[in-house]
Each structure stands twice: as C-alpha cells, then as structure tokens.
Design a protein around this ligand. Structure first.
Ligand SMILES: O=c1[nH]cnc2c1ncn2[C@@H]1O[C@H](CO)[C@@H](O)[C@H]1O
Ligand SMILES: [Zn+2]
Length: 457
C-alpha cells in the first residue's frame, strides 16, 4: 500500500513542498539525477531511460507506482486511467490561451452581435471543424492566423466577460481545479477599450465563471497571465500592466506569437523590469525554433517557465543502445527544475512533433524533467485537459499515478504563492487522486465467493 502513494521525486509534496521543500527537492532530485546521470553519460541507466514507451519505463523510482495496475490481483484496476476517471481527476493547467479556447457557438453569437462578418463558417459545428483544420497546418505562423477571428469577436467588455466566464466554467467541468489563462491585452483594443478595461473585464469574467462553476458543483481557481506579442513593441507596457494588476487577478507575464525571427531578447527591458519587481514570467520558447530560443529565454531573459520548450529534445541524445546524454542546456533545465509547459496536440498541429508516441513528453517524463501537460488552444486543437491526458494514456500507458505526478508538477510550478500551491497539492490534488484510487475498495460485490469455503471440501 505504501508504494501506491509513492510517486517518486517530484510527487511527494508532504516531503518536498513544505518549507524545507527546496532542500528536500534538491536532495531527492540529486539522488535521481545520480541514478540517471550514470545513464545520461554512461550505459548504466540505458534500460531505464530509453526503453521505449512502456509505462514501467516511465516510473520514477523504487515505488513504481503502476505496479498495482501492472501485476493484476485485487488492486489491479486502482490506478488505471479510464476516461471517466481522467475527467474526474483534479487537473492543473498552466498554458492555455483565452483567445484560443472560445466555444464555437459563442464566436458565432458574438460575431452577430458585434457585426463581424469575416467568419469562415456561421454554423457552430462547422466553425469548430474549420478552426481545427485551419490550425492543423504544420506551421506556427499559419496556426496563428486563425486567432484573427477569435480576437475579432473579443473587442468589447461584455464579450470579454462572457468568454472568460465560459472559459472558467468549461475548464471546471473538465475537472481543472487550477488554471493560469493567458491573453494579449493589446489585441483587444480595436473598439476603444483601454488596456486596463480589458484586464478588468477578463478578471470579472473569471470571477463570474468561478462562481457559476461552484454553483454547478465544480471548484476552480483561475489566474490570468498577460501576454505581450513578440513581433510588437509593447512588452514593457504590458509587463507594467501585469505588475499593476498583481494580486488583483493577474499572476504573471508571457510573450507569444511567431517565434522564428523574434527572439525573446527583443523584450529584455520587460523581463528586467519584472525581475526588479520580483514578478513571475514564462516565455514561449522552443516550439517553432530550437535551442537558441530556449537558451535566450532562460539565460538572458530569466524565464521562470518555458512555454512549450519541447525542442529541448534537440539537446538530448539517445544512442542505439539506449544510452541517454544530456547537453549542457538540457542538463541545466533538469537540474534547475525549470517547468516545461508541454502541449502535445498543439505541437502535432504546428509540426513540432510527429505523433503522440514520438512526442518528447514521454522521454522528458522518464528523465524526470519538470514536465507539465497543457492544452495551449482548446478551440484550435479541439482538445481539453482530459483529452490531452487520454492521449498520453494511449501512447505511454500512463496511469492515475502518472497523472498525479504531472498535476503536482504543474501545481508546484504555478505562479501563485507557495502556501497556496502547497494547500492545493495537499488538500485538493492528493485527496482527489486518493479518492479515485480507493474506488476499487467499494466496488459492488460479485455475489460469488472468491475461494471455496473449507466446509465445502
Ligand atoms: O502555441 C503558440 N505559440 C505562440 N503563440 C501562440 C500560441 N498559441 C497562441 N499564440 C498567440 O498568443 C496570442 C495571445 O493569446 C494569440 O492571439 C496567438 O497569437
Ligand atoms: Zn501557447
């Protein structure tokens, strides 16, 4: 039983997220790293690190958490991630764009109300398909073109309130308990709103959505990340805006948009300002462009997290015999526990990965990077958190224990205060998974004796 609650190094908040967290985290990470560094630089851990896509190979430590599921017997189904359990399991989302997650029917209605006649389809179902297909382009710039339509209908206070409220409710209904939702205020000024009015409208929508979700029996908390567009020149202004609305619903800052040709160092003044203010930020890096972008985001800009970061795989070498070698940058990212906001479905659409099975998340998770799982754009990718987890269950045999490990990673990496992250982990996430894993204890009796009674013989 003890083993069922051990999830390896990243997933023991009782040990690693209390005030001694940094020390404990580092100590245990060091042990793992020691075990894996022998694999990273030599043959010893080859089998453990690159054996392939089996869930066993993904298990972090001695308390292999999928054991119950793997060995059969009375508890064999306790950690199996069925679609129903995936949905009910508490989930955390750190990378999701507000303007990439509208309900198709809402887009149609808002377009009608606001006189936007540029939609490619006016039937909601067809429009949803259009977004998925148009985004399925194999290129980030073309993927991003689809946002012209969502931003076009998000130009009024009422529209922003509605979209934000629906966002919170949709996530809550999918079992998300904590989300950081990003958007670029500068893209919502066409009809005369000020940057402040945009932020306040979105915040109002999130509060409304949280309240209505609670009325429907779902608990969710949503924080906003303010994004600056990397091709534009307003990043310092947006960073100042994020700082002004800190503790008022905005929890951090981001830059997004086409990556190639727009290095994050263009926005150094914004990042330096935020660092001076002790504020938090993430940077889209390592999605459409590779290692230099990740390196700049971390070592020049000082990002707390990497939006995507999936191209870090270019700095990891897996030899034919399975030996794994980390380059200096990949080693730094793992050593420093830099959170990777991975978004598999989005990566498949923009061409950053070929299939779920080949998506670097499998290897990165086995190598104990600080992996988090995200949706990026639920509308363009036709996805939600449950679907993303479902894909990983299919591709890698992930169990509820893997889900819990990833979810705890995400919560640890959130931008809200430490005590709140800790309480979320200990009082919401852990109990949620424990409850799901205890369900086998209360399954209906079969009515047949499992073993013949002695008197029968
Ligand atoms: O995966 C992505 N990579 C880079 N930029 C993105 C991605 N998804 C969305 N956006 C950009 O972020 C803006 C604010 O939310 C969106 O309008 C879109 O242009
Ligand atoms: Zn994104």
């Amino acid at each position: 039983m003890q083993n069922e609650n051990e999830h390896g190094n990243e997933n023991s908040p009782h040990q690693h997220e209390h005030p001694a967290a940094q020390v404990a985290d580092t100590a245990v990470a060091a042990r793992t790293a020691a075990a894996q560094d022998s694999g990273a630089s030599g043959p010893a851990a080859a089998g453990a690190t690159a054996r392939g896509a089996s869930s066993q190979a993904t298990q972090p430590g001695p308390g292999a958490s999928a054991r119950g599921a793997a060995t059969g017997g009375a508890g064999s189904s306790r950690a199996v991630a069925t679609p129903d359990r995936i949905k009910r399991a508490p989930k955390v989302l750190l990378h999701d764009h507000l303007d990439g997650g509208l309900r198709p029917a809402t887009i149609v209605e808002l377009a009608r109300e606001n006189g936007y006649d540029g939609l490619p389809e006016t039937d909601p179902a067809k429009l949803g398909v259009w977004f998925r297909e148009a985004a399925d382009s194999g290129s980030l710039p073309r993927y991003l073109e689809t946002f012209a339509h969502t931003c076009a209908v998000m130009q009024t206070r009422d529209a922003l309130v509605r979209v934000a409220s629906e966002c919170a409710r949709d996530l809550a209904a999918d079992g998300v308990v904590y989300a950081e939702i990003r958007y670029a205020p500068e893209q919502h000024l066409e009809d005369g709103l000020t940057l402040e009015e945009v932020v306040e409208a979105v915040n109002e929508g999130f509060r409304d959505g949280e309240r209505r979700a609670a009325e429907a029996g779902f608990r969710i908390r949503v924080g906003a990340l303010l994004t600056a567009m990397r091709h534009a020149a307003r990043s310092l202004e947006i960073a100042e805006l994020a700082n002004r609305y800190r503790d008022l619903g905005v929890v951090g800052f981001d830059i997004a948009g086409a990556e190639a040709g727009f290095p994050p160092t263009r926005h150094l003044d914004a990042f330096e300002y935020l660092k001076r203010e002790n504020n938090h930020f993430t940077i889209h890096a390592g999605e459409a462009f590779g290692l230099p972008s990740i390196w700049q985001a971390l070592q020049w800009c000082g990002a707390d997290r990497l939006g995507h970061g999936v191209r870090l795989i270019d700095d990891i070498e897996v030899a034919e015999d399975g030996t794994v070698t980390l380059g200096r940058l990949a080693a730094y990212v793992r050593d420093k526990r830099v959170p990777l906001e991975l978004c598999p479905t989005s990566n498949l659409q923009t061409g950053a990965a070929a299939s779920y099975r080949e998506h670097p998340i499998g290897l990165l998770r086995r190598l104990h990077f600080r992996v988090t799982l995200n949706t990026d754009n639920r509308l363009m990718s036709g996805t939600d958190m449950s679907s993303e987890f479902g894909h990983l269950v299919d591709a890698f045999g992930y169990t509820l224990d893997d889900m819990e490990w990833i979810t705890v990673n995400s919560m640890k990496s959130a931008f809200i205060p430490f005590d709140e992250r800790l309480a979320m982990i200990n009082d919401v996430i852990k109990p949620g998974y424990a409850e799901l894993k205890a369900e086998w204890l209360f399954r209906p009796a079969t009515g047949r004796p499992a073993v013949a009674s002695p008197s029968a013989g």
